[in-house]
Write a protein that binds this ligand. Structure first.
Ligand code: A3P
Length: 322
């Protein structure tokens, strides 16, 4: 289904001829809508979600650039916000993360909920509702920006993001189309033609929003999460106004969540070894190596410098280093 171009609304079909197009990563065409690149099937989800999503002040939205650790943060946020429901050794066996992929527990707005239905019934979900999106800040549904809902943003070093995206999209490509070469994928990434890219514009939009409204947007980096997950999970809990109590800290709740959501634990679960998402992707495609700096195994010094130079230009004056 990820590859289907035909399931698009009439509104979408009318819009497509006016948008710039490029060959995408998984074999479908990408279109430039409101300054970011998206496939036709997901464009339908974007339009429906922009039109119909009504944010609640208690909502939590995870926002990421694709391949920056979304699956990990979905698991962490789900475990964090539901920790009283599923804590204690007796109930650990039933924790939903043990038999559900994180993408099934924390759905994407524009890639799932508003693709499957134009107006999904989300109003009756119990608070705090937890959703995910890849939408750039300027394209979020207006009620998200107007409400007091919280945005947790996660980004990752562009070289690791690009290598991860290259591996992931090659797995999703139909066999008969062959694989994308790393070189052409890097060129596309540097030109900004990646899912919900340009990558740097995406990151900058949320970096700015986080500096202007730190109580609304928390800006996190995959590398920082990896380096000090304990401190960053506590920071996340504080930002979401559900800090760990002294008792929870004494009982080791922070480590319990981190263990549950660790790469080794999640990737070893049967559901993530053999399951599939409703949209067709195999769950195991979301778990590859989960390491910082894996790009050195793929990119030459020259190519790495090329990405760095694009980044330096884009990020100049922002104070942001990736
Ligand atoms: P690699 O391809 O570098 O291994 P996303 O979830 O946004 O699609 O990102 C996928 C990347 O996050 C992959 O990176 C994947 O291995 C990594 N990842 C998945 N689960 C993780 C976890 N629990 N901890 C750390 N990294 C994880």
């Amino acid at each position: 289904k990820y590859l289907q171009d035909d399931d698009v609304s009439q509104e979408c079909r009318d819009l497509l001829p006016s948008l710039s197009s490029e060959q995408g990563w998984v074999g479908t065409t990408l279109h430039l809508y409101q300054g970011f690149w998206v496939g036709p099937r997901h464009l339908k989800g974007v339009l429906a979600c922009q039109r119909h999503f009504r944010a609640q002040d208690t909502d939590v939205l995870l926002v990421t650039t694709p391949k920056s650790g979304t699956t990990w943060l979905k698991a962490i946020l789900f475990a964090l916000l539901n920790r009283t429901k599923y804590s204690g050794s007796g109930s650990q066996g039933q924790h939903p993360l043990l038999n559900h992929n994180p993408h099934d527990l924390v759905p994407f707005l524009e890639l799932k909920l508003y693709v499957e239905q134009d107006t999904p019934d989300l109003a009756s979900l119990p608070p705090p509702r937890l959703f995910a999106t890849h939408l750039p800040y300027q394209s979020l549904p207006q009620p998200v920006r107007d409400s007091k809902c919280k945005l947790v943003y996660l980004c990752r070093n562009p070289k690791d993001t690009c290598v991860s995206l290259w591996h992931f999209t090659n797995k999703l490509r139909p066999k008969e189309r062959g694989e994308n070469s790393l070189q052409e994928s890097l060129d596309r990434f540097c030109r900004g033609v990646s899912l919900f890219g340009p990558y740097w514009d995406h990151v900058l939009g949320y970096h700015k929003a986080s500096s202007e409204t730190p109580e609304k947007v928390l800006f996190l980096k995959y590398e920082d999460m990896k380096e000090d997950p304990y401190a960053n999970l506590r920071r996340l809990a504080g930002f979401l106004e559900c800090p760990f109590s002294q008792e929870e800290l004494r009982e080791g709740m922070v480590d319990e969540i981190l263990r549950l959501c660790s790469f080794d634990n999640l990737s070893g679960l049967e559901v993530n070894k053999s399951g599939k998402l409703a949209s067709g992707e195999e769950n195991k495609a979301f778990f590859r190596r989960g390491e910082v700096g894996d790009w050195v195994n793929y990119l030459s010094v020259d190519i790495a410098e090329k990405i760095d130079r694009v980044g330096e230009k884009k990020l100049h004056g922002s104070g942001l280093k990736l």
